[in-house]
Design a protein around this ligand. Structure first.
Ligand SMILES: [Zn+2]
Length: 266
């Protein structure tokens, strides 16, 4: 790999490759991945916007503490060279902010998808999207650190995801231990009182109840007992699952019950 477009970067105090856009830098990373691995040590792994050069560099530094200390060094250097402090980016039309807004937009979308999956009790899928979100949050953090962006939306979205993540964790805990007594649940979910949280908890409670009814149904001995259990199950399907994404939950319950309904009719 012989890069042609090298520019002397004031921030890094050495020549660096410079790309006009993030996608160009990312493409370069992607297509030269194999060559990077051959050279093993210090292979570039991410792109970042350089406020000094007004474009994108690639870097092998990816851990947040290393980025912070690299930025501190760069800021200090610029301060020594120009005698002035490095200013924070506050131009909302700048490339730095556009990139931040893009990441922020992705996170908002992911957040609403995760919320829907949680009300539908699809915790595995929600957990996978949660991991993806964490990667994006870290990318956003690396970006804002690299560019000197200070925007309160970043801290807010981190908080929103942290709350949702702890809620998801508790729901999974409850699902795995469905016999947790009501008083313990009250304490477990004491920080999750809003309408959305209550709806999601109620859906899980009804799912657990539904599975209990199915289990009773499989052991029931009289036709009248079965009939009563089927009525209970049908009422849960009708009114027990609320919120976006619950149609799958209802389908799942209907399919389970239909097995038993046939059995009871025979
Ligand atoms: Zn630079």
């Amino acid at each position: 790999m012989k890069p042609k477009n090298r520019y002397f970067c004031i921030g890094c105090q050495r020549p660096k490759m410079l790309f006009e856009t993030k996608s160009k830098a990312d493409n370069f990373l992607k297509f030269n991945e194999k060559d990077f691995y051959k050279s093993a040590k210090g292979a570039p792994v991410r792109s970042y916007f350089c406020s000094f050069c007004g474009g994108w560099h690639i870097s092998s530094i990816s851990s947040l503490p290393s980025i912070i200390s690299a930025n501190e060094r760069a800021d200090l250097l610029l301060q020594n060279l120009t005698g002035s402090l490095v200013e924070e980016v506050d131009d909302r039309d700048s490339i730095e902010y556009k990139e931040f807004n893009k990441l922020y937009g992705h996170l908002i979308t992911l957040n609403s998808r995760i919320r829907v999956l949680i009300t539908a009790t699809e915790y595995g899928y929600a957990g996978r999207l949660m991991k993806k979100s964490q990667l994006l949050i870290n990318e956003m953090l690396r970006h804002t650190l690299s560019c000197g962006i200070k925007d309160e939306r970043q801290r807010n979205i981190e908080k929103v995801f942290a709350q949702l993540d702890s809620f998801l964790w508790l729901l999974v805990k409850f699902q795995n231990n469905p016999d947790i007594p009501e008083e313990t649940l009250e304490v477990m979910f004491q920080n999750h009182k809003s309408g959305y949280y209550r709806k999601a908890i109620r859906n899980l409670k009804n799912k657990i109840l539904f599975l209990r009814i199915m289990s009773d149904l499989s052991q029931s001995e009289t036709a009248s007992e079965r009939e009563a259990l089927i009525l209970q199950a049908e009422s849960i399907i009708k009114t027990g699952f609320r919120g976006g994404g619950c149609s799958n939950l209802r389908k799942w319950a209907k399919a389970l019950l239909s097995g038993y309904s046939d059995f009871s009719c025979s």
